[in-house]
Design a protein around this ligand. Structure first.
Ligand code: NAD
Length: 247
């Protein structure tokens, strides 16, 4: 993966932070993109301290203009582009009957439309540049099942699973492989809103009886960017320590 240029959205924290560090360790020039610019900068500093290459970029993945600016910034900085980890996302916990339309639309804008635009705009730029590579999208185990307190979140993640299939069909002929990753419950900032007793109960649904770490999930994402995973295309790989094997 040496000298490939890959954008990681949600790169300031959790799974995206870990994936940024791991991709950079493999020689990738990483654009650490996040709505939290200071956090992205901290990740870049850590990557550079290890002698690897990265640059920070502010992005709001709910905005088409912002995503396009991120892509243009990437090409201005590194001269090329080989893929994106569409990973930025927000969580949600609202009982189904209390769900307001504005909250539903907000999560769709970030978790779903942001992923669609990330795939499409990056693929258009790669076609223009004549580069080949890979796109990985972060879904969730919740993209495969329902949950009464996060219907909107689950719907966006199911959409990511579906978009991954359609985009792979459209983009393989352009030399772009598109895959997804579906983490189980992973110890990151996104779970801070989940009550401790609920998290404890969720641990038991993972085969090892504990939550995943961001590093464990990021390892799978890095594999999906690597040439060792050419056999995987259009599918969303479960990184869930067996969570869905129980369901
Ligand atoms: N942690 C879990 O249990 C879990 C499980 C399944 C899926 N996921 C998914 O993994 C992805 C990464 O989440 P995480 O667990 O690392 O959480 P996290 O909160 O640590 O990281 C999410 C990052 O996304 C950024 N972000 C949020 N909104 C943004 C926007 N509009 N534009 C740009 N950046 C934005 C945040 O600033 C943050 O840095 C998300 O898509 C999440 O839905 C997480």
């Amino acid at each position: 993966m040496k000298d490939r240029v890959i954008i990681v959205t949600g790169g300031a924290s959790g799974i995206g932070e870990s994936a940024s560090i791991k991709l950079a360790e493999r020689g990738v020039k990483v654009v650490v993109a996040d709505i939290n610019y200071d956090g992205a900068n901290d990740v870049v500093k850590a990557i550079k301290k290890s002698g690897n290459e990265a640059v920070a970029c502010k992005v709001d993945t709910s905005s088409k203009d912002s995503i396009q600016e991120m892509i243009d910034f990437t090409v201005e900085t590194y001269g090329t582009l080989h893929g994106i980890f569409n990973n930025a996302g927000i969580g949600a916990m609202t009982p189904f009957l209390d769900l307001e339309l504005k909250d539903y639309q907000k999560i769709v804008d970030i978790n779903q439309t942001g992923v669609f635009l990330g795939i499409q705009l990056v693929a258009k730029k790669m076609k223009e540049l004549g580069t080949k590579g890979a796109i990985v999208n972060t879904a969730s185990i919740y993209g495969f099942v329902g949950a009464e307190t996060s219907a909107h979140y689950n719907a966006t993640k199911a959409a990511v699973v579906s978009l991954t299939k359609s985009a792979a069909q459209a983009l393989t002929k352009e030399g772009i492989r598109v895959t997804g990753i579906a983490p189980g419950f992973t110890k990151t900032a996104i779970l801070e809103a989940v009550p401790e007793d609920m998290l404890k109960a969720l641990e038991q649904f993972h085969m090892r009886g504990k939550l995943l770490t961001a590093d464990e999930v990021a390892d799978v994402a890095v594999f999906l960017f690597s040439d060792e995973s050419v056999a995987v295309n259009g599918s969303t790989v479960l990184a869930d320590d067996g969570y869905l094997a129980f369901k």
